[in-house]
Design a protein around this ligand. Structure first.
Ligand code: 5GP
Length: 200
């Protein structure tokens, strides 16, 4: 038997064991990032580029926190096998709509973990000759990094834990939570808990 799927918002919230960053903390930090980007890119009309789906709340909030003209574009990528993923290889499922040659591109990321995805995407974007290419990441799991990746604008450091909320999912759920938190162990590992429970 598996843990029953959440069917209500209360069920969803019931799966969270701890809130790491509240909605208020996130919104305040996004405003600071937006202010810094607005200062640094004045006169540049930057293009914000994000990878779907996890980045959608951060991209929406960040774009609205930026007080200079910006454009927004998205890519969608899929990992190949676990083996090829170790080399950072991903398949582009949806490419950017716009050409980025000569543009000031700011790559916006939800969370940088091993850095493999970011590294691959940056190499791909760099090959298209943008005028500049910088990175803004809301969350950084620095201790998990396998490849060195630049992060020019950073929201918060995260511990080496699996988190959900603010765009980040577990089996496609929890993306719509306005905060970032940890899942209860019985949500992440339902079978183990069912077995333990039934042996008592
Ligand atoms: P990386 O290639 O840096 O290892 O992985 C980055 C991607 O892994 C993120 O864009 C995100 O989709 C996913 N990811 C990494 N850590 C977490 C996490 O704690 N929670 C969730 N839901 N996704 C994560």
């Amino acid at each position: 038997m598996t843990f029953p799927s959440p069917v209500s918002y209360t069920d969803l919230m019931g799966g969270i064991s701890e809130i790491l960053f509240s909605a208020e903390q996130i919104q305040a930090r996004v405003l600071e990032l937006g202010a810094a980007i607005s200062r640094d890119y004045v006169g540049c009309r930057p293009l914000l580029v994000g990878v779907l789906k996890g980045v959608f709340p951060f991209m929406a909030d960040l774009a609205r926190a930026i007080t200079i003209p910006v454009e927004v574009d998205f890519m969608a990528i899929a990992s190949y096998s676990a083996e090829s993923r170790q080399h950072g290889a991903v398949r582009i499922q949806k490419d950017l709509d716009s050409a980025i040659g000569g543009r000031h591109v700011l790559f916006v990321e939800d969370v940088v973990d091993t850095g493999l995805t970011l590294n691959y995407v940056l190499r791909n974007l760099r090959s298209r000759d943008p005028a500049t290419l910088q990175v803004c990441a809301m969350f950084d799991k620095g201790t998990r990094r396998l490849v060195r990746t630049p992060i020019h604008y950073k929201g918060f450091d995260l511990p080496d834990r699996f988190v959900v909320g603010y765009g980040l999912d577990y089996r496609e759920l929890y993306r719509n939570l306005p905060f970032v938190g940890l899942l209860k162990a019985d949500v992440l590992h339902p079978d183990e808990h069912t077995k333990k429970g039934s042996s008592k």
